[in-house]
Unconditional design. Structure first.
Length: 302
């Protein structure tokens, strides 16, 4: 059974565009110039596809001396309300990412963003937006107390989700929300009580647990633009699921960034759009029950 996909909000993104061979995060074991060029080319293809699909990416400078600054999604949560743009600057868990915050804040402010600053540990990779609420992953990088700050920043409720598998230290590696109301969740990534809560959200039409081996390939670190979904090569299992739901998955080569611990969603920071309202969904007979994936059906309750 194929479900019609629902177009996503007209959000824009922020990209940290590398400008030279030295401006790309690469694995310590892969220091060849050819490898750095490959990473730069992969990033450029991602930026090209975003633009071609109708996104309006804002390119901000890569920060010299901050190799992880290419993962621009982690440093701030971005929001648009009408013509007003705001940025909740994060408070990174690890010291090596702290130098990114101030220069990135200055650049965003220069582009018209009104700045706010998190008081608790908060990284953008732990924040997902459903239109009705924000989802906050906590346990490894972000503090659950940041939920109150997110609620004040977005004006919407925040649901905290405890991450329990260190392999999925950011929520955007453990969970993906599609605008048709589908949730993909990495098997074993969330505390069970929080997994159960996801089934009761009114904007959620299905919850599918993705086998850990596929999630470990950055299968949930994806980005939706309209009916198109960008995700990394090697994630064909997830791509097949998306196609069954009526989306148009596109697989991109991003293995150079996988060596550094990130993929599509890490490389492009979405601007949360207050004007987006999720589609009205029908009541779900499986609410509150555990859902597991079955590629022959939309979902199977267990």
């Amino acid at each position: 059974m194929t479900r019609r996909a629902v177009p996503g909000p007209p959000f824009t993104h922020v990209l940290a565009q590398p400008e030279s061979d030295e401006d790309v995060f690469y694995a310590p074991a892969a220091e060849a110039a050819s490898t750095r060029r490959a990473a730069q080319e992969q990033h450029a293809r991602l930026a090209h596809r975003l633009t071609a699909l109708g996104a309006r990416p804002l390119s901000v400078p890569f920060l010299p001396g901050c190799p992880e600054s290419v993962f621009v999604n982690d440093v701030a949560v971005l929001r648009r309300a009408g013509k007003t743009y705001r940025a909740l600057m994060g408070r990174p868990h690890h010291q090596q990412r702290l130098p990114e915050v101030r220069p990135r804040a200055r650049v965003l402010e220069a582009h018209g963003f009104r700045l706010h600053h998190a008081q608790h540990h908060l990284e953008g990779g732990d924040v997902l937006w459903t239109g009705l609420r924000t989802l906050l992953g906590h346990g490894f990088r972000s503090d659950r107390r940041a939920a109150g700050e997110l609620e004040r920043f977005t004006g919407r409720p925040t649901l905290g989700l405890q991450l329990v598998d260190p392999a999925f230290y950011h929520l955007d590696t453990a969970l993906a929300y599609l605008t048709g109301g589908e949730l993909l969740v990495a098997e074993g990534a969330l505390a069970h009580p929080d997994l159960v809560r996801l089934h009761d959200l009114p904007e959620v039409t299905a919850v599918v647990q993705v086998p850990r081996r596929f999630a470990m390939r950055f299968g949930l670190n994806l980005l939706q633009v309209g009916r198109h979904v960008l995700l990394a090569e090697g994630c064909e299992w997830v791509a097949e699921r998306l196609a069954l739901w009526g989306y148009q998955p596109e697989l991109l080569q991003l293995d150079e960034f996988h060596l550094a611990g990130g993929s599509v969603a890490c490389l492009a920071a979405p601007i949360l759009d207050d004007g987006y309202v999720p589609p009205t969904v029908e009541p779900r007979p499986t609410a509150g029950r555990r859902i597991t994936a079955d590629l022959n059906d939309n979902f199977v309750a267990a």
